[in-house]
Ligand binder design. Sequence first.
Ligand SMILES: Cc1cc2nc3c(=O)[nH]c(=O)nc-3n(C[C@H](O)[C@H](O)[C@H](O)COP(=O)(O)OP(=O)(O)OC[C@H]3O[C@@H](n4cnc5c(N)ncnc54)[C@H](O)[C@@H]3O)c2cc1C
Length: 693
Amino acid sequence: MTIKVPQQILDALTDVEMPRLPAGAPFDEIVQAGTHQIPVHRSGCIVVGSGAAGLRAAVELKRRGGDVAIISQSAWGGTSACSGSDKQTLHTANTADQGDDFKAMARAIRAGGAMDEDTAYIEAVGSVRAMASLQYLGLPLPQDPLGGTLRYQTDHDEVGRATSCGPRTSRLMVQVLAREALRLDIPLFNQTTAVRLLTKGDGAEQRVIGVLSMRPKMRSDENPFGLVAFLTNSVVLAAGGPGELYRDSVFPNGCFGSLGMALEAGLELVNITESQFGIGTRREGFPWNLSGTYVQVIPHIYSVDADGAEHHFLADYYRTTQEMASNIFRKGYQWPFHASRMLEFGSSLADLAIFREGQKGRRVFMDFNRNPLPVPGDQEFSLDRLDDDVSQYLRNAGATHDLPIDRLRHMNPLAIELYRRYKVDIAAEPLEFAVNNQHMNGGVSVDIWGRSNVPGIYAVGEAAGTHGVTRPGGSALNAGQVFGTRVAEHLGASGRARDPMHGTADDEIGSAVAKIEAMLRPQDGVDLKSVRDEVQARMSDKAGILCTPSEVSQALADAMELNKAIRERGIAFGRTSEAGRALQWQQMALSSEAVLAALHHYIEGGGGSRGARAICEPAGDALPEARTGPLPDYRFRGKTEEDKSEQILVRLEHDQMRISRRQNRQFDETEKSFFERDWPAWLTGAIYELGDA
Ligand SMILES: Cc1cc2nc3c(=O)[nH]c(=O)nc-3n(C[C@H](O)[C@H](O)[C@H](O)COP(=O)(O)OP(=O)(O)OC[C@H]3O[C@@H](n4cnc5c(N)ncnc54)[C@H](O)[C@@H]3O)c2cc1C
């Protein structure tokens, strides 16, 4: 039986209103740094970022008595508030049938390799609490009549651990967490961008003392850049991923993350070679992932050349109409590009085909009013001629309608509604899309409590490098919730964030301001726009889904050259209001060099294609084939099992990227807790390993 979902229910899940923010907290002191008068706010902890991860950390810390404030470039910006897909996914332990096995779930989370085994288990076991507490705060996750959560299968998920509130799961998470943050009176400084982490001491003695930020509304003659200092005993980096790193990107506009800032403060990054790329609509329009039902309804995919001629290009790749249509469907739950899935006519052959059309200068579209055209010489598309997994899914879903748009309307009306909100009617017109960068799996290297290598600095969400080479769909949101909670537990136990920071930081603020002044050179620096164009083009063209050893090596040399020029000449920008952006681009140029340095190191060390990237070379042992013949230009190195057991670390020392490797942390699955033996460690706080606090 089909139940028609009333419009107001669809509206509430697609048009998610955010709470009104109260006026910010006061800045009670002023520090003089050169000619700049800088307002100061003191707290026990500063959370940088108000996405789902940062809000979770702040809320949990406040509930443990922490003196915490949030600063955010844009309170309802970032990926949690502004990104999604057909059914944006939260990956948590399956509560249906016979429940889940956390060890098996942890194995699935880390299956792609280069992931700490303890972290995977933490995410698995913590997912139950993350989900239940979100439901307690009002997150409308769908249930069956007996209270089981409705589930489905998604990327890298063989079990069906995915659930969703619809296209805007993460925005709804931000909504319920933000309401809680406001209820708890946590100060949120909006339009406030962290630009430098302030630390005291060197080497093992280094610790955090604050965050220097730009807050445009504080600009004045005495403070031309609107600088403000947050003096604090602890910082939680929750600034999200570096979405601006790539030209071809499905991140919302203005996502810079904090990798560059972290490198400058001496933090170690990990796994930054690992990203996700997949099909979606680009941020120039309405950036959205085209996973799940968008492709499971099997629309016709075609390209248009400069003369307006249509090309049924997928027919050159797949051998039969059934194979082509079944792989379009599989992009639904095998969404990210994966090198090995280019082989044997798998679903990533479609990503490669779409990517190549883009390289030819053609625009690629999905048409929901047409079923796929046939492969030449083969039969017409028919729902009766699909691979078994595909036809069974569509039958189970009751999606047996003649046209893709009717199947979509039946399976997920929110998917249509969502684009309508942004003035795109996919029921009426084809939808343009491309292969885009979507997620950074790596980030700040953290331990099991979210601690970085600098005491007092933690990282959560996409800012943290907790994922391995692959991650099941929805595990990014889960990781942010689980580690947001753990960071707060750790800070709560340490007492570090209980009181506002005492003491002064005049010297550190003075030296950070001097560095900023040296970097911001309105007249003679390297042009801001050219930095952006160069970084984004290099990353998309040379370090996207396909890369070659020589191109990565050259890209690294070029990135180093750019950073050298920026160090020597600073960055030029137009209006004073662009000063913050100039610093973010300087830091993004640094992040890009770090990614390329790690990638170069990995490739030179013989690393194979894995996750998001195929490393193409004539000597490669894997050769993708198309219907029209082999594709020797895309011959690539297969993946190597040894790569799975270790992780690549990057650190900035004296303007050089220092690369090292470490083994994944292990988790002994046979080890069992024993109540009376382990209780004291909990009661005394020994579980938090508070040596540094
Ligand atoms: C199109 C798309 C679809 C996705 N779908 C899924 C999915 O289905 N399931 C899943 O698990 N994951 C998905 N992801 C990934 C997931 O959405 C993100 O990893 C997650 O939302 C990141 O949350 P976060 O809190 O770490 O960062 P964000 O939500 O990005 O928040 C970052 C915050 O930091 C602020 N900020 C940034 N820089 C600074 C600074 N210097 N100073 C102060 N504030 C700063 C921003 O304003 C923002 O408030 C998707 C991502 C995209 C792009």
